[in-house]
Design a protein around this ligand. Structure first.
Ligand SMILES: NC(=O)c1ccc[n+]([C@@H]2O[C@H](COP(=O)([O-])OP(=O)(O)OC[C@H]3O[C@@H](n4cnc5c(N)ncnc54)[C@H](OP(=O)(O)O)[C@@H]3O)[C@@H](O)[C@H]2O)c1
Length: 272
């Protein structure tokens, strides 16, 4: 295909990453999809092993793609995990895992591909944020914190590399129906019945799971990412997902903070 790009998609074994790799490959791009496991299934793209929390793994993966294809035109930093649990119950090591995956993972990939992108004076980096990176979600505080951090990192990086012809964008999906429901990582303390948060946490996370199961198809996110990679959609931040959730997040900018907080607490049945 004319304009075919070499695209590295992290976390292509499941959910949004898989849908994105599928759509990009169907449009004729040369896709390298990653998983921590070796070739986790038949796919119309090349698999590469990658653990984004491991610097050596990132370096080896990027070197492998460059050796095979000679260039990397775009990276979709999709790999991520959703961490559940009360902030007080979460240990620093558990918190670190959320940030190592969702923030430093994306940063590692960016640092690894940027020298090549700067040299070729072109490239696109798409970071997978979340609406939870716009609104602090109770009992998913470490997930929200990591996605808020990714927003700031993306916005700063986009400005730093623009002069080199590199585009950086963040995509923030709302609830999307993917296997994330089964892949949620828990702060162990919040599953201990002795935790003062255990009951509320279980109840609120069950609400999240219900919304995720009924979420939008992953292909909607994949279509948006593909349009960014192909230069058909421009801009640093993109929101995608169920209308009600997009309105809720947008209202944050106009509704007074106290009222927004009150509404959230009422919705989740929290507070006194
Ligand atoms: N689903 C939603 O409602 C939703 C909403 C907003 C944002 N998001 C974001 O969208 C992205 C994808 O989520 P999803 O719903 O598609 O989840 P998913 O089905 O659980 O897929 C997660 C992917 O990330 C990979 N991964 C996890 N840890 C990794 C690590 N340390 N190194 C490399 N790869 C790793 C997994 O690959 P392996 O296990 O094969 O290594 C898997 O392919 C995440 O960043 C998530 O935060 C999802």
């Amino acid at each position: 295909m004319a304009g075919s790009k070499v695209v590295l998609v992290t976390g292509a074994s499941s959910g949004i990453g898989r849908a994105t790799a599928e759509r990009l490959a169907a449009r004729g791009h040369r896709v390298v999809g990653t998983s921590r496991r070796d070739s986790p299934g038949e796919a119309p793209w090349t698999w590469a092993v990658l653990d984004v929390t491991d610097e050596a793994s990132v370096a080896a993966c990027v070197a492998g793609v460059l050796a095979s294809h000679g260039r990397i035109d775009a990276v979709v930093n999709n790999a991520g995990l959703v961490m559940a649990g009360a902030v007080e119950d979460t240990t620093p090591d558990e918190a670190r895992l959320s940030f190592e995956t969702n923030v430093f993972g994306a940063m590692r990939l960016a640092r690894a591909v940027l020298p090549g992108m700067r040299a070729q004076k072109a490239g696109t980096i798409v970071n997978m944020g979340s609406l939870a990176g716009r609104v602090g979600m109770p009992f998913q505080g470490l997930y929200s914190a990591s996605k808020f951090a990714l927003e700031g990192l993306t916005e700063a990086l986009a400005q730093e590399v623009a002069a080199f012809g590199v585009t950086v964008a963040l995509v923030a999906p709302g609830d999307t129906a993917t296997p994330v429901v089964d892949n949620r990582v828990w702060a162990a303390g919040s599953r201990d019945p002795a935790s003062p948060y255990a009951a509320a946490c279980a109840r609120v996370v069950a609400m999240y799971e219900k919304d995720e199961r009924a979420g939008a198809p992953a292909d909607g996110v994949a279509a948006l990412v593909t349009a960014i990679v192909e230069g058909r959609r421009r801009g640093p931040r993109h929101v995608v997902g169920p209308l009600g959730q997009r309105v809720m997040v947008a209202s944050r900018g106009v509704v007074p903070g106290g009222i927004f907080h009150w509404g959230m607490s009422r919705y989740f049945g929290l507070g006194r």
